[in-house]
Design a protein around this ligand. Sequence first.
Ligand code: BV8
Length: 214
Amino acid sequence: MVLTGAGISAESGIPTFRGAGGLWRNFRPEELATPEAFARDPKLVREWYQWRRGVVREAQPNAGHVALAELERRVPEYLLVTQNVDNLHERAGSSKVTHLHGSIFIDRCIECGREMSPVPEEHCACGGWLRPGVVWFGEPLPEAAWQEAAAAAQCEVLLVVGTSALVYPAAALIPQAQACGAKVIEVNLEETRVSDAVDVSLRGPSARILPELL
Ligand code: BV8
């Protein structure tokens, strides 16, 4: 199993959640990625997602995304679990991907629940506000995605790439895999709260290290 976070997309020019450059109009992502922020100012939150959609559309998958797509072709039992809401894993060729936190390329009506590809309109035909199809802080993860990830965590090797391992329950997959006897390899620019607990912690940019690992 592979668990990725915002760090794997950093070298594609997509700001991470907690690193430098993650701000938008001086708002921190945690302030905007909540149901309360959307309820308070849906226009502002929608603008932030429209901006992020543009950044992702402009971005290209990097060598790290490509290496994971190749790894999938070589490993018979494999699942890529991502916390990211961008589509760079899929654009790099990964097909066995589970999004724990949803996708930025879905709009969902808060009234009728209809889902659609992102539209410029702010409201659904039924009049309800359109929100992005992502999991905000305080919202439960999609049950199916979580179950898939929890099952895949019973693995021989867990590769953890570009995550600060701060957000739960995604971060809980790491000790869960270890409890099942998995060897855990971390790839991160910096030391994280799990670096001491994993079996191997490789320090450096994932776009360089993942091709080397492959
Ligand atoms: C839930 C989608 C319950 C939106 C995101 C206290 C303790 C435990 C938990 C909690 C707590 N208080 C609150 C909680 C719960 C909360 C949580 O975990 N909060 C954290 C902040 C403490 N979790 C939730 O709310 C979750 N839901 O618990 O629901 C529930 C149950 C039933 C019913 C009702 C409720 C929902 C969490 C999902 C939130 N949504 N994203 C959007 O994107 O707009 S999370 C967001 O953070 C992104 O998805 C991101 O992926 C994720 C994790 O962050 P990282 O990916 O790790 O990114 P970060 O910037 O932190 O780190 C980047 C890393 O990359 C760094 O380590 C850096 O060194 C490294 N890096 C940078 N460049 C590179 C690199 N590495 C390699 N190469 C490079 N080039």
